[in-house]
Design a protein around this ligand. Sequence first.
Ligand SMILES: [Mg+2]
Length: 180
Amino acid sequence: METSQVVFFDRDGIVNRRIEGGYVRTPDEFIFCEGFFPLFRWVKDAGFRAIIVSNQQGVAKGIMTDRQLWALTEWMQSRIEERTGSRFDDVYYCTELDSLQSRCRKPQPTMLLEALAKWNGDASSSWMIGDMPSDVEAAVKAGVRAILVGPYAPEDTPAAFAVVPDLASCLDVLRRAVEA
Ligand SMILES: [Mg+2]
């Protein structure tokens, strides 16, 4: 199997807008982030696998079922396909509670490592895009470069390849790095 280069996407705050202190459970609550579609289209056109790695402890809390989560995922994939002609190649969720016992929740690199193994991914030419320092931490542990999107200072997260304010700037950084 050929090696693949992967762009890992966090979901809430990157693909769709985050609900502060809440959970996105239904299409009504799922609002795509500004700049997501151009970024996704570029990632696919550039030949990357696009894979979601997302913590969704709302399932363990009983706020949504696993079935609802995957129904929403299928809805999301269909909307993305309508807009870009592509879908995420794979989607990983960690539905465990936020606790020290969780083996899969980011900042653990578990989901990224599983996906790299499954897709024969080359970590050193792969990327992670997230809106939390825990996304950066998970990526770095997996040997993947991370771009952190949000109102952070670069010195807060020295492990990130770049810290950018929005998805349009994220696309600029990625494009420059890949096309260089
Ligand atoms: Mg997030």
